[in-house]
Design a protein around this ligand. Structure first.
Ligand code: ADP
Ligand code: ZN
Ligand code: ZN
Length: 752
């Protein structure tokens, strides 16, 4: 039996002298296995090669992740049986990227190599889809001898193929309305020819789209494009931050930059943050570039993903559009990478390798001399700072394409509303008036509340009991329709109690609001309106986004209520009112980016209003109207926000003014996690330069999730590479007490 290769994170050896290869399979075995390299294959195998080996009682294909002179395990190794075809290898540039990924994000090399390829490709188990194609033989092509003697049905089949050309058997059957027997008989008598052909599964499900052509650019767009194209021509791997307000025409700039890229024989990758956006975004690229576009996102079936990846790998498509993992599309002549909405947290992967696709895009650009364009209306402070220090080039689109005004944004002080009404209000008078007005005018409304569920807490006023999850340090959210208490961290669900579990009082109360409650109130207030809700409770299937968004676009929905899901990238011309129910909901979280997130969310959602001919109006309800993040957001003024936010970051030495690493300790035993963290702290202290700040160990803000206690140690310093180099030996390949997980999060986006 082959042996487990534990330490794949350590470096591989010279390929020529290598005698042992570490091979990974899909199999959801999170480990690699050692195999002997037979003499015939010596010097030919390298990390990235796809090989055939025997595994258990069967043969499988797997990928070599590293090679070494000898095995770390005693005993005889099975040999590698064969090297599989060349184009199934991982491109060598990508292996370089994986090396870097493992080093920078401090993870085993095996995890990094894994990230390069969809699981379905790694597994080697997926087959190409084959269909029987039917075509005419020469005899039929010439309506040869005895044609007239054929039955009417048989003649129809041949005439149909004359018009259509070769066709899959089943399609032919249904289009002509004949059975397989008719066709098989024609084959037997030499009229038709039947053969198996490989076809690609269509991720668009035959959803045809109208082609479009490039638009004449505005002066600002033109200037942006020129700089990007000049950099593509120079192959100088420049990184651009394209800062353009919502609807300033960033996407049109991407499209034309891609056109330039293709014309010069190079390929392009477009990263988009959310699966919900992907259909809409994909369509714009498909309209311009047709079937040169491949998509890679989590909404695909395994077969579709396999085929899309293969199309890229074989050079049959030239543009990959997709979420995070599309960054690893196996192009060999990459010219351009676009990262749309670069500030989005979803670019950061939360499992190992914990990489940020935006930052890795910059590196891939460097390795392959490709130009990188990061686009956003609300850039991350990191990217803007990189422009300030000259690492990235700033390109701006300060105006909307059609010169339409940015929507007017009104802040409503909810404390004042409460004082006037004598109690706290969910909807201000102003917002209610405007909703009614828009309904009368048959214009559409979007309302944002960044919390799902009905009530955010179950509280007993008699004894002070708050229902909290046993597995996690958080309160249950009440979902009324399901009559359940649900933990949003671990998903546990229980029936909502009728009386207080602690003192049996029947006066239990539900406090705090979620989208479900807002939806209910709206239905009561505006019975004439059609209302839909979009949050992760209602968006349960692959098609639910499309269904809701199509209905909204067609005007069948008047009011769309949702979480941040509705804030991003959507473009509905008839939306003239956007309301933010509680703009402060994120502002007081224990995270130095809470102001930045609030600014981004409000600015983005405000950008949804007034994209058509009617002017947009935005109402933002808040208890802290004076907060500068809100003040800047209502003016759509990123620079003002940046100018106010940066001095605080500088003073407290938070990113982007420093670089951060968090060491996480997780265990089901609280004391064990705490002790491991404390020991780690003692080990690391003597190694630190004086300029490095270290905070903790301390319980994480969410101190328990899914039965695991969480502790963390936060380090900040001037150089991320130095920090990681110092921490790596303390983490990778080191053993910790059983039952404790220890890992690094480099450039964390989530501090909780
Ligand atoms: P952004 O990506 O900045 O939000 P888009 O590229 O989506 O902006 O542009 C907003 C709208 O303006 C889209 O409908 C787009 O087709 C249109 N548009 C973009 N550039 C031009 C142009 N130069 N001339 C006319 N319409 C344009
Ligand atoms: Zn009670
Ligand atoms: Zn829980």
């Amino acid at each position: 039996m082959q042996q487990r290769a534990d330490n794949i994170g350590s470096e591989g050896d010279d390929e020529a002298s290598a005698r042992v290869a570490q091979v990974v399979f899909n199999l959801s075995l999170d480990k690699g296995f050692d195999y002997a390299i037979p003499p015939a294959l010596r010097g030919q195998l390298r990390a990235g090669s796809r090989v055939r080996v025997s595994f258990g009682h069967s043969e499988r294909s797997g990928f070599v992740v590293s090679v070494s002179a000898k095995s770390r395990h005693p005993g005889r190794l099975k040999p590698i049986l064969a090297l599989e075809k060349q184009n199934e290898q991982i491109p060598s540039q990508l292996l370089g990227l994986a090396e870097w990924l493992a080093r920078y994000y401090c993870c085993p090399k095996e995890h990094a190599v894994r990230a390069l390829m969809p699981a379905v490709v790694r597994s080697g188990a997926m087959k190409h889809k084959q269909l029987f194609f039917v075509s005419l033989t020469l005899r039929a092509a010439n309506f040869g001898e005895d044609f007239a003697a054929l039955t009417e049905k048989q003649q129809q089949v041949i005439q149909h193929l004359h018009r259509q050309g070769a066709q899959p058997l089943q399609e032919l059957q249904s289009e002509v309305g004949v059975s397989a027997t008719v066709i098989n008989t024609l084959c037997k008598h030499g009229w038709l020819h039947k053969e198996k052909r490989v076809v690609s599964r269509d991720p668009f499900h035959d959803d045809l789209i109208q082609p479009d052509s490039p638009r004449e650019l505005t002066t600002d767009q033109e200037a942006a494009l020129e700089r990007i194209n000049a950099s593509q021509d120079a192959k100088d791997a420049q990184v651009f931050l394209l800062h353009g307000v919502t609807a300033s025409g960033k996407t049109e700039v991407y499209l034309q930059a891609i056109h330039h890229c293709l014309e010069h024989g190079r390929d392009a990758i477009v990263l988009v943050p959310e699966i919900s956006l992907t259909p809409q975004t994909c369509d714009r690229f498909r309209r311009r570039f047709g079937n040169l576009v491949s998509v890679l996102h989590s909404g695909l079936s395994d077969g579709e993903r396999f085929d899309e990846w293969t199309r890229i790998n074989e050079g049959r498509s030239r543009i990959a559009v997709g979420a995070r993992s599309a960054l690893f599309a196996p192009f060999r002549k990459l010219g351009l990478i676009v990262v749309d909405e670069e500030h989005e947290n979803s670019y950061k992967q939360e499992d190992s390798p914990r990489y940020n696709a935006r930052d890795v895009a910059v590196l891939r650009g460097k390795l392959e001399q490709a130009c990188v364009v990061l686009g956003s209306a609300t850039p991350s402070l990191e990217s803007y700072y990189n422009c300030e220090i000259g690492r990235y080039a700033l390109v701006e689109l300060p105006e909307r394409v059609d010169a339409s005004a940015m929507p007017a944004v009104e802040l409503i002080d909810m404390a004042e509303e409460a004082a006037l009404a004598g109690q706290a209000q969910l909807f201000s008078k102003r917002l209610k008036e405007l909703i009614l007005d828009r309904l009368h005018k048959a214009e559409q409304i979007m309302l944002l509340l960044n919390r799902r569920g009905y009530a955010t807490q179950l509280l007993c006023p008699q004894c002070g009991y708050v229902a909290t999850c046993d597995n996690c340090s958080c309160a249950y959210t009440y979902h009324r329709k399901a009559a359940q208490l649900i933990c949003h961290l671990c998903g546990v669900q229980l029936a909502a109690p009728e009386k207080c579990p602690q003192c049996a009082s029947k006066e239990i109360r539900y406090t705090g609001v979620g989208t479900e409650k807002i939806e209910g109130i709206l239905r009561a207030l505006y019975p004439q309106a059609t209302i839909a809700r979009m949050d992760s409770d209602t968006m349960t299937s692959k098609d639910s986004y499309k269904t809701v968004l199509d209905a909204f676009r067609a005007g069948r929905i008047h009011i769309l209520v949702g979480t941040q899901m509705i804030a991003k990238g959507l473009d509905f011309p008839n939306v003239t009112l956007v309301g933010v129910i509680q703009a402060d909901s994120q502002l007081h979280l224990p995270d130095f980016r809470s102001g930045e997130r609030t600014f981004q969310l409000i600015t983005q959602v405000a950008g949804r209003a007034g994209r058509g001919d009617c002017a947009g109006h935005v109402v933002v309800q808040t208890y802290t109207p004076y907060h500068f993040a809100l003040q800047a957001a209502i003016k759509h003024d990123f620079k003002a926000f940046y100018a106010e936010e940066m001095p605080g970051r500088r003073m407290l030495d938070f990113p982007p003014c420093s670089r951060m690493v968090i060491v996480h300790f997780r265990s089901q035993e609280e004391a064990l996690a705490a002790a491991t963290a404390e020991k780690f702290h003692q080990d690391v202290l003597p190694l630190l330069e004086p300029a490095v700040q270290i905070i903790g160990p301390m319980p994480a803000p969410l101190s328990k999730v899914k039965t695991y206690y969480r502790f963390q140690l936060q380090l900040r310093g001037g150089s991320i590479l130095k920090l990681v180099a110092l921490l790596r030996p303390l983490v990778v390949g080191r053993s910790f007490p059983k039952g404790v997980d220890v890992y690094l999060d480099v450039d964390p986006r989530n501090l909780m």
